[in-house]
Design a protein around this ligand. Sequence first.
Ligand code: DGY
Length: 323
Amino acid sequence: MKRVYVTRRLPDPGLPLLIEKYNVVVRTADGPIGKEELLENVGEVDGLLCLLTDTVDAEVIAAGKKLACISNYAVGFNNIDVAAATKRGIPVTNTPGVLTDTTADLAFALLMCAARRVAESDRFTRAGKFIGWDPMLHLGYDIHGKTLGIIGFGKIGRAIAKRASGFDMNVLYFDAFRDSTQDEAALGASFAPIESIFKQADFITLHVPLMEETRHLVGRDELRMMKETAVLVNTSRGPVVDERALAASLRDGVIAAAGLDVYEDEPAVNPLLAELDNVVLAAHIGSASRHTRSLMAKLAAENLIAALSGKRPQYIVNPEVLK
Ligand code: DGY
């Protein structure tokens, strides 16, 4: 019987699907698995089902002597050295699609929460500071009718555009690959150069994968291009934003507010950010609905089963290994 190692408990039906077919070891500890533990457990297994918090680097991949699939329980796969896996002919799979709308919902929630100071107002109320309606209390920014800049117009970026139409927003987008003018019309979104998005948008939301080209895509210079009233939302990967520059910009009023779900040095949150009221800090919960996390677990298990059965997984990030 083939052996599979799963680095964390998953929602059903992920594990039952695997247990039916394989000898499965599931790590039951909480928190991300360390490198040593991963190295110890990957040695004799055919399949690895891992999380975005697990660093599956070339050393781990080399230690997996029998490894025939690395199934990531996430759409992003920057935690895996895909080149090293490809070199060894190991398929790497991920879970796109099923989390698109849930992640777009959260991005929009952060946008609204930051613009309308919801979290700040909650803290204020809980602290017993609410002494009555006040014409000047917690004034924020309107969302309806404003310009939304979407950077990265893949599935999630497009799902954000749909939501924005309900708020009568003017939607601009930038993507390194502008591939579908049809979608632009249907979604009411217009392509704009990235610099003009930084300059014109009232809200900017990031939906790019983390790669060398997107690391610190938003840094000091970009923040300075933005309006003083702008709100930045990041639900992609933390290192896409230079967090120190963002904290300074929020503190100094270079931009108005931010909504973050991801962090440069996750799970650590830069203390400079944590002390500010004009940033909403979520705990990487973009895909965290019960339904979506189950769909992700099912897809991650199915991807692994397909690869271990010699079939093409539904979502493979290095299809060249199948040739
Ligand atoms: C992903 O899938 O990459 C998200 O960050 C978590 O669901």
